[in-house]
Write a protein that binds this ligand. Structure first.
Ligand SMILES: [Zn+2]
Length: 595
C-alpha cells in the first residue's frame, strides 16, 4: 500500500503537480525498498521532470529554511577565496560528494560559536548531517539556494574537473619532451613514444566520453582528418560541432584505442562494420555508449581508416511524464485520449532525430501498469524500461522472428520500435484488432502520408481505418537562448510575412532570432530543443474517408477534415512557437522544409 504524503498534498494544492503524478511517484518510492531510497522530491524532479525550484523551494518554505538569492555574476574575489578555503578543510572525497549533491559550505559567520553557512539546493539532504562528523564545524545553518544559482556558484568556486583531460595535457608535455630528446640522442625512443602515445589516446577517449555526457551530446563522431589527425565532433541539440582535433597521431592508432576500450568488437578487424558497447560512471550516473565502427575510404590507398560514431545513452534524458513532452494543447489532449484506450495503434512519424523515441518512451511510461504485460520489440534496444519485458534481438532471434512471437506471448501493450515492412505492419494491425494497445514509429514526413505509406505496404483501407487511434508527426526545433536572443531584424520581415506572421506581430518585438555568436550559456544562440507536431486523431469522419478511398489515399482530403476538426499542422505548430518567442523562423523552416 502506498503511503500518503503531506508534502505531496501541498504540491498538489499549489498546482505544482497533479494527483496522478503524485500517485505514480509515491508508488515508485514504495517500490524502492532501499532504506536510503530517494525522497519524493527527488523522484518528482528526476523521473517526472518537475521543476527543481518548484519542489524544493516549497520544501524549504515548509520547513522554514532561510533562503538566499545570490547573483553568481556579482560574487567578489574575497568571497570566492573564503569559500575555497572552507572547502579545503573538508576531506577530498566528502567534498566531492557534497558538491555533487549541490551542497556548498559557503561562509563562516563568526560569533560566540562560529556558524558555518551551508547553501543547499535540497536543504533536507541527509549528507548535511555528516558535516560535523568529517570536520571541526560543529554548528551550521542550512540555507536554501536555487539549484541553477548553486550550480553556477559551484562552477565558479570549484570548477568541474575532467581528470582524463588533465592527464592528457601532462602526457602531451611528456611527448614533446621525448621529441626534443630524440633529436639529440640515438637511444631507441620509439617504444617509449608508442607507450606515451597510447596513454595519451586513452585519456583523450575517456575524457571525450565524460565531456560528451556533461555537454549533453547525443553522439560523438571520431573521424580521420588527413594522414595524422583525428577530429572529434559532438552532436548537441541535433547539430555536429567540432570538439577537438588531435594532431600528430595516426587515425589508425586512435581507432585501435576505441576498439580496445569497447566490448564486443574485434580490434584486428578493420574491413567490416562493427557494433560495440561501453559503459562508464560519469558524475555518479551510469552512462551507456553504443559504438558503431565502419571502414571508410582514404585518399591513400594503403591506409585503413575507420569512422567511429558513439551514441550516448543517458537514462536521465528519458521523459517519463507525458506532460513534460511539451506538446501543444490540441496535440496533448488528443494524444492522451488515444493512449487512454485499451486497444489500437499509436503511430509516431518523422525523420531520424525528430524525437519519436522520446515521445514513444513517455507514452509507454504513461500506460505502464504492473497488472499489464508490456512487451517491447526494438533493434537495438536503447533504454532499459523498468516494468517492461524487452525482447532481446540477436543473431539467434531476429527482429522478424521476434515480431512473430509477440502475439503468442500474451501481451497487453506492445511497443514495436519501427514499422519497416509488411510483416511488422500486419502484426501491428493484428495486435490492435485483437484488443492490444500498440505503439510504433514510421518514417514519413507528416501524419496523412503515414496512412498512404501503410496502404502502399499492402494493408487494406478498412483495416487501417479502424486499427489506428492517432498518428503524430513531429520534429524538434532548437530553442532560442533566453539570455541572448534578439528581436527579428527588419531584412527578414519578408520571409516572416510569407510564413504567415503579421506585420503587427513583427513590430511587437516579440518575434526573435538567434544572436550569431551566442553567449556562454548557449550554443550559437540556441539552448535545448522543443517539439513541434501535428496530431491526427482518428475520428469517425477520418475513418470513413479512409475506408472510402479509391485506388489511392487522398492525403489532402484527410488533412482538410482533420484541420476542420481542430488539428494544428506542423507548420502552424512551429508558427505558434515563433509567436511565443521560443524558436526562430530559420529553425521552423529548416525542420519543415522537406514537406
Ligand atoms: Zn545565449
Amino acid at each position: 500500500m502506498v503511503k500518503k504524503s503531506r508534502f505531496g498534498q501541498i504540491l498538489i494544492n499549489r498546482e505544482v503537480i497533479d494527483e496522478e503524478t503524485l500517485e505514480k511517484a509515491l508508488k515508485i518510492q514504495s517500490e524502492e525498498s532501499d532504506p536510503n531510497g530517494r525522497m519524493l522530491g527527488e523522484i518528482l524532479v528526476n523521473d517526472f521532470k518537475v521543476d527543481h525550484h518548484a519542489v524544493f523551494g516549497l520544501l524549504a518554505e515548509m520547513y522554514a529554511f532561510r533562503t538566499t538569492e545570490i547573483d553568481p555574476a556579482k560574487i567578489d574575489q574575497s568571497q570566492i577565496k573564503h569559500t575555497r578555503e572552507l572547502l579545503n578543510k573538508f576531506p577530498e572525497d566528502f567534498k566531492k560528494e557534497l558538491l555533487y549533491k549541490k551542497v556548498l559550505p559557503y561562509q563562516l559567520t563568526l560569533g560566540r560559536r562560529n556558524t558555518l553557512i551551508v547553501l543547499a539546493a535540497n536543504p533536507t539532504d541527509k549528507i548535511i548531517e555528516r558535516i560535523p562528523v568529517y570536520t571541526d564545524f560543529k554548528k551550521y545553518e542550512v540555507v536554501y539556494c536555487r539549484l541553477t544559482t548553486l550550480s553556477d556558484l559551484i562552477e565558479i568556486i570549484s570548477p568541474q574537473k575532467n581528470e582524463f583531460l588533465d592527464l592528457l595535457e601532462e602526457v602531451s608535455d611528456q611527448m614533446n619532451e621525448v621529441r626534443e630528446r630524440e633529436e639529440e640522442s640515438a637511444v631507441d625512443e620509439y617504444a617509449l613514444d608508442e607507450e606515451i602515445n597510447k596513454s595519451l589516446l586513452v585519456n583523450l577517449f575517456e575524457g571525450c566520453l565524460i565531456e560528451a555526457v556533461r555537454k549533453g551530446a547525443s553522439d560523438v563522431h571520431i573521424i580521420p582528418y588527413e594522414k595524422t589527425n583525428t577530429d572529434f565532433y559532438f552532436r548537441i541539440d541535433g547539430r555536429l560541432t567540432l570538439w577537438h582535433r588531435q594532431d600528430n597521431t595516426s587515425p589508425e592508432a586512435m581507432a585501435a584505442v576505441v576498439k580496445d576500450r569497447a566490448t564486443g568488437v574485434d580490434r584486428f578487424e578493420r574491413d567490416t562494420a562493427q557494433d560495440g558497447f561501453a559503459q562508464r560512471t560519469v558524475d555518479g550516473h551510469l552512462i551507456r555508449f553504443r559504438i558503431s565502427i565502419v571502414p571508410i575510404i582514404s585518399a591513400e590507398y594503403e591506409r585503413r581508416f575507420e569512422s567511429v560514431v558513439i551514441r550516448v545513452i543517458d537514462d536521465r534524458n528519458v521523459i517519463t511524464d507525458m506532460k513534460k513532452l511539451g506538446f501543444q494543447e490540441q496535440a496533448e489532449r488528443d494524444f492522451l485520449k488515444a493512449i487512454g484506450k485499451s486497444r489500437g495503434i499509436i503511430l509516431l512519424t518523422g525523420p531520424t532525430g525528430s524525437g519519436k523515441s522520446t515521445t514513444l518512451m513517455a507514452a509507454l511510461y504513461y500506460v505502464m501498469d504492473p497488472s499489464l504485460n508490456v512487451l517491447t520489440c526494438e533493434d537495438p534496444v536503447e533504454y532499459v524500461i523498468r516494468g517492461a519485458r524487452q525482447i532481446k534481438i540477436s543473431h539467434k532471434l531476429t527482429f522478424d522472428e521476434a515480431i512473430r512471437s509477440i502475439l503468442r506471448h500474451d501481451p497487453d501493450v506492445v511497443m514495436v520500435g519501427e514499422i519497416r515492412d509488411k510483416i511488422t505492419a500486419e502484426t501491428a494491425i493484428k495486435l490492435a484488432n485483437t484488443g492490444h494497445l500498440t505503439l510504433s514509429t514510421l518514417h514519413t514526413n507528416d501524419a496523412p502520408s503515414a496512412i498512404s505509406r501503410l496502404y502502399k505496404m499492402g494493408i487494406e483501407t478498412f483495416l487501417l481505418a479502424y486499427a489506428i487511434n492517432i498518428i503524430i508527426a513531429q520534429r524538434l526545433v532548437r530553442q532560442l537562448c533566453d539570455n541572448c536572443k534578439k528581436p527579428l531584424s527588419q531584412e527578414k520581415y519578408p520571409v516572416a510575412l510569407e510564413m504567415g506572421l503579421t506585420m503587427e506581430e513583427l513590430e511587437s518585438g516579440q518575434i526573435f532570432e538567434a544572436s550569431e555568436k551566442g553567449c556562454k550559456k548557449c550554443n550559437n544562440g540556441y539552448k535545448g530543443r522543443l517539439t513541434i507536431c501535428e496530431a491526427l486523431y482518428f475520428t469517425p469522419e477520418i475513418r470513413k474517408a479512409i475506408v472510402e478511398s479509391g485506388a489511392e489515399i487522398d492525403e489532402q482530403l484527410i488533412r482538410s477534415i482533420a484541420e476542420k476538426q481542430g488539428m494544428i499542422s506542423i507548420k502552424d505548430s512551429g508558427l505558434d512557437r515563433i509567436r511565443n518567442g521560443l524558436t526562430s523562423i530559420t529553425e521552423v523552416t529548416y525542420a519543415t522544409s522537406e514537406d
